[in-house]
Design a binder for this molecule. Structure first.
Ligand code: C2G
Length: 154
């Protein structure tokens, strides 16, 4: 069967089911899936705060059975040359980017796939922050109770 190469880009921070569902569907569009993972430096440019460093995000994506190759995403401009360099047939990404990469239609098919609802790295980070705040409040409350008990016994 002839090779049909699919290329996508993303941060893939705190890897979750939304990322997995996307990669699974991307692989269904061809025979070879290349994923460009945003470097920490590029995420700075994107204004995106990540928790997991690039090397670990890249290793996790590389370990996914749907993924054939991982390359770094260093800037916005590399897509045109990447499509050329890797002989890409299909550029595909989640539809939160709908229309943003139509300029690639000159070189390859461009597909925007529906995002998986109800999950995002941002939501996960917010949930973690909430949990750590609750714990901190509990610790403060316990400390105040202990202080009160101490003064009662003095
Ligand atoms: N995604 C998804 N469903 C979610 C969350 C993410 O389908 N619930 C998809 C996004 O649409 C994207 C990919 O998973 O195609 C990676 O998402 P992010 O890590 O948020 O990537 P992003 O910051 O959008 O980077 O040059 C393009 C950018 O680097 C894309």
């Amino acid at each position: 069967m002839p090779t049909k190469t699919v290329l996508t880009y993303g941060t893939f921070d705190m890897f979750h089911i939304g990322h997995l569902e996307l990669l699974k569907r991307l692989k269904g569009l061809g025979t070879k899936l290349i994923v460009a993972v945003s470097t920490d430096e590029f995420n700075e440019i994107k204004g995106k705060k990540t928790i997991i460093p690039y090397a670990q995000r890249a290793s996790i994506v590389e370990a996914i059975k749907y993924v054939d190759m991982v390359i770094p995403e260093n800037n916005w401009e590399q897509k045109v040359s990447d499509v050329e360099k890797y002989g890409v047939d299909v550029f595909a990404i989640g539809d939160d980017w709908e229309g943003k990469f139509d300029f690639l239609k000159e070189q390859c098919e461009v597909v925007y796939l529906t995002r998986t609802s109800g999950i995002s790295s941002t939501d996960l980070k917010e949930q973690l922050e909430k949990i750590s705040k609750i714990n901190l409040n509990d610790i403060n409350t316990a400390f105040e109770i202990l202080q009160q008990l101490k003064s009662d016994f003095e």
